[in-house]
Design a protein around this ligand. Structure first.
Ligand SMILES: Cc1cc2nc3c(=O)[nH]c(=O)nc-3n(C[C@H](O)[C@H](O)[C@H](O)COP(=O)(O)O)c2cc1C
Length: 712
């Protein structure tokens, strides 16, 4: 299990073992019809006004979502081995563009204490080369290098599934002394911590682009190279790329607040317009290849592997406006952006984009479903009305801030220290008041609260939380209702067995409910693709999003946006955990419909879009001196209780398994694999007595089937 976790986030680590074993690439084998389709469909199409109807686009996305679900029976289609020779370069460069090196900062230099972030009280810095350097240094830059043996790889301030980093960052701004004397469009190169100036343009055009935005605004854009994620995760990669965009939005929003700046997505821009604005329509944005694209037959004669330079193209995602945080919300702006599509495209078509995109891999594998889903979620350019809470985030309410509960870190220390935990210790519990504090920050306390106000729509995402080890809080399944408007429909959609009771000591401002009581450690790990970090933590959760109605009511382009929202929430959880001296990990691998089954969700009104876990890693001996974690003595005492209670759970499960009257032979084993999940589900839902701080380590293969057979 540990190796599964490590391989998830560390391609180089994997590459060592793969190379030693001399492994070969195994490519998904599509049917003959599919292979013909692949040859005929050609490379990804740049965004145009969508020729398909909105209903067709919604259907395409619903089918993409369904087809890319992992289940107990099969994983979503992807490569069955990793082609290390073609591992994509995580660093895009525009060779030939002029480079402006940005400033670096010592970790201790940030002056804003973490709990102050989002208070709206931080003095706004002027836009200079230094403040622009800080914005990028604290959001998208490299924050660590790691090595094993002769392999070295980098980690960044923003997390990314598999550490593959499909997200590219852009800055569009008026003149900044020391960067450019004219308004400019620049690509951010994280390895060099530098801006590659791709185009300079006139002040008149900049005035038109920024019209309607607050004084002192600059724009930060994001694009995704799907191939980077698809190399490892195949068709599910489109989801992960969008999670990563959400994390990047979170990272820039927090780094902006550190400078006394506010931010919000200018979501009126169309995909095609963003594509032009960021220079992606220019021929130089496609890597030059010495030969024409060719398909290489694999051993099975399938032609989805080959030289497909178009797969290395960036796909425009979104643009954030970043501007000084003002005392009063900006309600005056009615619709953004003011610039219309034709003017924007006609201006940007005249820009001279400098530099040529570097090549990322020698060969590629095409997962066409990704590009179909991406096209179906393209957004048309429409002025969008500014949300009722105003433009930009609203400050975090004072009652949510509780500085005393955090470690003594500055914002810079937190964002640069943030790391994904590779394992969780499975022993210590988290203090209850800390748990509630963390969830308060995960809640949208007031409309548009920082940093959720960076996304100009009402929150669609809730959390189903497995509480494993929180002191004085019964283990079980809980629910964080992040948007009260969905309460009724959610209660109707969920299993009627749920209790919906407020837990003990829960602050009135926290919309948290207990649904069921019981030990769900094994179940939680099982649901998150058997990753024990989801069971050995303090708590883990599934982000439950309102789903099909959102696409139907608001438009198919909401599909990626729901993942952005999930990524933004995940980013808050990462930072809150780090600031409290504990650890967290985003979990993109989970069995979708098993989670829905557990919650009783039968249709597509709500879907789980991202999982997350928060705990303490095995690296720390004892509780690591953390005020927020149980002491050694408390943990040992609770351990004894746990063992007793665990045996009660197992007794029940054993009884149920006996009732299935199946042998444990090959056949029976397979049968039990199928019923096992519902057995555990039942054992969980009968209401096992609460346990605290369990010590029971999940078995190596951490699936329920083995867990229970080994332990019975
Ligand atoms: C969207 C997303 C999904 C992830 N899914 C998993 C996962 O299923 N299992 C896991 O162990 N780590 C997962 N991670 C953690 C990444 O592996 C980690 O972010 C990456 O290795 C970079 O390390 P860092 O977060 O320490 O910078 C995920 C991260 C993100 C952003």
């Amino acid at each position: 299990m540990g190796s599964l976790c490590r391989a998830w986030r560390n391609p180089i680590y994997g590459s060592l073992s793969q190379r030693h074993r001399g492994s070969t690439t195994i490519i998904e084998r599509p049917t003959r019809a599919a292979s013909v389709r692949m040859m005929a469909s050609g490379p990804p199409i740049p965004p145009t006004e969508s020729p398909v109807t909105q209903e067709t686009a919604v259907d395409t996305l619903l089918s993409y979502h369904q087809e890319t679900k992992h289940s107990f029976k099969k994983f979503a289609r992807g490569p069955r081995g990793l082609d290390w020779a073609n591992q994509p370069n995580p660093f895009r460069r525009y060779v030939g563009a002029s480079i402006v090196n940005l400033e670096h900062f010592a970790e201790e230099t940030g002056s804003v204490p973490y709990p102050e972030v989002g208070s709206g009280r931080v003095q706004a810095q002027p836009l200079t080369k230094s403040s622009l350097s800080q914005l990028l240094y604290d959001s998208l830059s490299l924050s660590a290098w790691k090595s094993i043996g002769t392999s070295t790889w980098s980690l960044r301030v923003n997390p990314s599934s598999g550490n593959l980093h499909p997200t590219e960052g852009y800055v569009i701004s008026g003149p900044v002394s020391g960067v450019s004397d004219s308004p400019f469009i620049a690509h951010y190169a994280p390895k060099e911590h530098a801006l590659e100036i791709r185009a300079e343009f006139s002040t008149e055009v900049w005035e038109k682009v920024k019209e309607g935005l607050p004084e002192g605004s600059l724009l930060v854009g994001f694009t995704s190279v799907y191939w980077r994620e698809a190399w490892k995760y195949g068709e599910r990669a489109f989801r992960y790329c969008n999670h990563d965009v959400g994390h990047a939005i979170g990272a820039v929003t927090v780094a902006s607040a550190h400078l006394g700046w506010n931010s919000q997505l200018v979501d009126g821009y169309g995909t095609k317009e963003l594509h032009h604005m960021m220079g992606l329509a220019s021929p130089s944005s496609v890597p030059v290849t010495p030969t024409a694209a060719r398909a290489v037959p694999s051993s099975s004669g399938i032609l989805n592997k080959g030289v497909f330079p178009d797969l290395e193209k960036e796909n425009a995602d979104c643009i954030l406006a970043v501007f000084p945080w003002l005392a009063e919300p900006l309600i005056g702006i009615s619709e953004l952006p003011v610039i219309d599509a034709e003017t924007l495209i006609s201006h940007s078509s005249q820009f001279e984009f400098l530099g040529h995109a570097n090549k990322l891999s020698k060969e590629h594998v095409r997962w066409d479903r990704i590009y179909t889903a991406s096209s179906a979620s393209h957004k048309p350019h429409r002025r969008a009305s500014v949300p009722s809470f105003g433009f930009g985030c609203r400050p975090v309410p004072e009652i949510f801030m509780n500085a005393a509960l955090y470690e003594d870190y500055t914002v810079r220390q937190v964002v640069r220290k943030r790391r994904s935990a590779v394992d969780m210790d499975g022993k210590y519990g988290m203090q209850r008041n800390i748990f509630y504090q963390l969830l308060l920050k995960a809640t949208v306390g007031t409309p548009g609260m920082f940093p959720y106000g960076a996304l100009p729509w009402d929150t669609e995402i809730h959390c189903a939380i497995f509480v494993h080890r929180v002191v004085d809080l019964p283990q079980g399944l809980y629910f964080l209702m992040r948007n009260a408007a969905h309460e009724q429909s959610l209660k109707q959609a969920c299993s009627e067995k749920f209790h919906w009771e407020k837990p003990e000591g829960c602050p009135p401002a926290l919309p948290l409910y207990r649904l069921l009581t019981g030990d769900a450690r094994i179940l939680a790990a099982r649901l998150s693709c058997n990753q024990d970090i989801a069971g050995n933590s303090f708590f883990s959760l599934g982000m439950i999003s309102r789903f099909q109605p959102v696409l139907e009511e608001k438009g198919p382009w909401m599909y990626p946006r729901l993942f952005w929202e999930a990524g933004l929430l995940g980013h808050v959880l990462y930072l809150e955990a780090t600031a409290m001296g504990v650890s967290a990990t985003g979990i993109g691998c989970y069995f979708d419909d098993a989670v829905h089954e557990l919650l009783g969700l039968e249709d597509k009104d709500y879907q789980s879009l991202y999982h997350f876990t928060v705990g303490i890693t095995c690296v720390h001996r004892g509780n690591g001196g953390r005020k927020n974690v149980e002491t050694e003595a408390q943990a040992s005492q609770n351990e004894i209780k746990t063992k007793i209670k665990m045996s009660q759970v197992l007794k029940q499960v054993r009884l149920q398994l006996r009732n299935t009257q199946k042998s444990v032979g090959e056949e029976g084993f397979r049968h039990i694999e199928q019923v096992r999940y519902s057995d555990v589900h039942q054992a969980f839902s009968v209401g096992i007595t609460p346990m605290k701080a369990p010590h029971q380590k999940l078995p190596a293969r951490c699936c329920c089937i083995c867990a229970f057979w080994l332990l019975i």
